[in-house]
Ligand binder design. Structure first.
Ligand code: GLY
Length: 383
């Protein structure tokens, strides 16, 4: 088990911060793992490793991860300026363009924000932006007017907390096209999620079920957590980060308050090293860690730090995020000293109940780890 991460761990003997060097080393390792993945398995979009290997035939449950590989390739291009990464990033973005009309998943934000939006930001090419807008409009078609939420991939009566990380692409499409109906869909979805999936103590439920006939809320349930009334760690971090994004778009204080309450629950319930189990309520978790939730939390906390107006709060969120990253960069989590392991970050969990990707590397954990490292480096190097 890992111990507490101290501030000293980020300093060398002369009191100089070694954190940026550790981040650059982690990026270099991530680059070598990703170069091998795209070279050895071209055009392959893995979700999770099995015994540390990306290539296997185990089920996906749902196809939601195809943007994370391209997203990492864009980050590596920005970090290194190496044209090879850009070539790969463009290629892996093109491979998913057709998904902009995919009505089977609720994950179009996960697919298009890390890829085509990153491409647009670099080039300012309106054709790239149009792909993002189209994807946002497709996602909005999942709106259920009676319950006022975007339905999950599972069924029309199902709302997932995960969708909070995708609704941003609808806000974005609405903003770009000045479409007030799209804006309302995104806002209503956030308000419904806040009301029915975020609890009074700041914890979250994975899923809400509604009456398809009337839109009446029926109950909280879970797929990937321990039980219906428990707190699935990754869902908590989707909410923390997602409500921060919703606030950034809307300036609606209700969303910032929700993001902060979700952050507080995460930080209060997680040991100082920053890595939660799969579910905080499970009496004896089968595994001590769900590292992908920690990576998402670190990225979300760094974004929250940039969003809150009080500097003391911002410093607190940034410090907690750095503590999480310091833990994730240790060899127990970073696979740099684990020969033969093909992922970047160990000890992630996809779907414990189904036995999919348990104690493995997971594609979204890799992506949000790089997002968090990228943000941390920018913060540390800011003048
Ligand atoms: N279904 C999205 C997740 O596993 O977080």
């Amino acid at each position: 088990m890992v111990g507490q991460t101290s501030r000293n761990e980020r300093m060398n003997a002369t009191g100089q911060s070694i954190f940026p060097d550790r981040i650059r080393a982690a990026f270099a390792f991530a680059g070598s793992q990703l170069r091998r993945l795209v070279t050895e398995h071209p055009d392959y979009f893995p979700l999770y490793t099995e015994n540390g290997k990306w290539k296997h035939e185990s089920e996906a449950w749902t196809n939601w991860c195809e943007g994370f590989l391209g997203g990492m390739l864009w980050i590596l291009y920005r970090q290194t300026g190496d044209a090879w990464w850009r070539e790969q990033a463009e290629h892996y973005s093109r491979l998913i363009e057709h998904r902009k009309t995919d009505r089977n998943v609720h994950d179009l934000g996960f697919l298009f924000l890390p890829t085509w939006k990153a491409w647009y930001e670099l080039t300012q090419d309106s054709a790239k932006n149009q792909v993002v807008i189209d994807a946002g409009k497709t996602l909005a078609l999942r709106f259920q007017p009676k319950g006022r939420y975007l339905r999950s991939f599972v069924a029309p009566d199902s709302l997932f907390i995960d969708i909070m990380m995708n609704v941003g692409i609808i806000f974005y499409a609405a903003q770009q096209t000045n479409d007030s109906k799209l804006w309302q869909v995104a806002t209503d979805h956030c308000l419904t999620t806040r009301r029915f999936l975020v609890r009074g103590d700041g914890s979250t439920a994975h899923e809400g079920l509604f009456s398809a006939d009337t839109g009446e809320f029926v109950q909280q349930t879970t797929h990937q957590g321990w039980r219906n009334d428990s707190s699935w760690a990754r869902g908590q971090t989707w909410a923390l980060y997602g409500f921060t994004t919703a606030y950034q778009f809307t300036q609606d204080e209700r969303f910032l308050d929700t993001a902060e309450r979700c952050a507080k629950f995460y930080l209060d319930r997680t040991p100082a090293h920053g890595i939660p189990p799969n579910d905080w309520e499970e009496p004896e978790p089968r595994r001590p860690y769900e590292s992908s939730a920690a990576a998402i939390a670190a990225a979300g906390l760094l974004e929250l730090a940039r969003t809150v107006s009080e500097s003391a709060k911002a410093d607190y969120y940034r410090e907690r995020a750095f503590a999480i990253l310091a833990t994730l960069m240790r060899p127990e989590f970073l696979a740099s000293e684990t020969p033969g392991w093909e992922g970047i970050l160990k000890h992630g969990i996809y779907h414990e109940r189904k036995g999919l990707g348990v104690d493995e590397s997971v594609m979204w954990g890799e992506y949000f780890f790089l997002v968090a490292l990228d943000k941390a480096l920018a913060d540390l190097e800011a003048p």
